[in-house]
Design a protein around this ligand. Structure first.
Ligand SMILES: Nc1ncnc2c1ncn2[C@@H]1O[C@H](COP(=O)(O)OP(=O)(O)O)[C@@H](O)[C@H]1O
Ligand SMILES: [Mg+2]
Length: 260
């Protein structure tokens, strides 16, 4: 039986890590303006698992995603994707690894307005000069429910559909892991539910690994596991979350915050 740092037993779950942070710290600025955004965080994201990251604004959620995705440098400690230590990579190798092994979904959909949905989906591969695996691409397009929309430009799609294009774009290159930073933050609850459903499908049906930041207990309930951050540290973890159990856990933190 294996045990996580928070003492949660994980015997029944896969132990292969798609990504792992070990004693990861991130400090912005110097002297009086110094901010410790991450304070010695150790966390593992297992293959084919959907993890939600929650925590108050400013607790370091985006910083953790950016450091793990190689979008930001690390001050201390280690960030690994599979067996690859990101802190040891030079710029060119890091860019390559980001391109080949990591998908990122932002709150703003970040689609190119002049390209249609399909062109947006394959853009990273086109830039990399890689040919899309057509069978996989068809499966991804099917999974995110975009088959009838591939010729549409972003302006001809709803917010939910645009974010599904961004999800398909992240999935298309078969990344080892997808990081999503509040992917439903700009969506109404129905479109949000669609996108969350597709993220969950990508984990269940395609074996994708997904790590998603969210504020919303309902969104977090789509995940297999919730990791709670506060002041740059991991303070709790919840398996098989429901919206109620997440809300309950959040209330406990709020109560602690007020009495301290
Ligand atoms: N580029 C930056 N320069 C200075 N401070 C930053 C920068 N990015 C984030 N921070 C600070 O780090 C802390 C964590 O930020 P962030 O990871 O964005 O939090 P969250 O995503 O949980 O809201 C905050 O105090 C924030 O102000
Ligand atoms: Mg953030």
């Amino acid at each position: 039986m294996t045990t996580t740092t928070s003492g949660v037993e994980t015997a029944a779950r896969s132990t292969t890590a798609a990504a792992r942070a070990t004693d990861l710290s991130k400090v912005y600025g110097q002297g009086e303006t110094q901010v410790v955004a991450l304070d010695s965080v150790s966390v593992e994201f297992r293959q084919a698992e959907f993890t939600a990251i929650m925590g108050p604004s400013g607790s370091g959620k985006s910083t953790l995603m950016h450091c793990m995705a190689g979008l930001d440098s690390v001050s201390h400690g280690s960030a690994r994707i599979g067996d690859v230590e990101l802190t040891a990579l030079k710029d060119k190798k890091l860019t390559q690894l980001r391109r080949d092994k990591i998908g990122f979904i932002f709150q703003a959909f970040n689609l190119l307005p002049t390209l249609n949905a399909l062109e947006n989906i394959t853009l990273p591969m086109d830039i990399a000069g890689r040919k899309a695996d057509q069978k996989w691409l068809d499966q991804v397009v099917e999974t995110v429910g975009l088959a009838g929309r591939l010729k549409h430009r972003p302006s001809q799609l709803s917010g939910g559909q645009q974010q599904r294009v961004a999800v398909a774009r992240a999935l298309a290159g078969k990344p080892e892991i997808i990081f999503a930073d509040e992917p439903t933050g700009n969506l109404d609850s129905r479109s949000g539910a669609e996108v969350l459903g597709f993220l969950r499908n990508s984990v269940r049906e395609l074996g994708q690994t997904v790590v998603m930041v969210t504020h919303d207990p309902v969104a977090a309930a789509y995940a297999d596991r919730v990791v709670f951050l506060a002041d740059g540290q991991i303070v709790d973890e919840l398996l098989a979350p429901t919206a109620d159990s997440v809300l309950d856990r959040m209330k406990r933190f709020d109560a602690k915050g007020r009495t301290s």
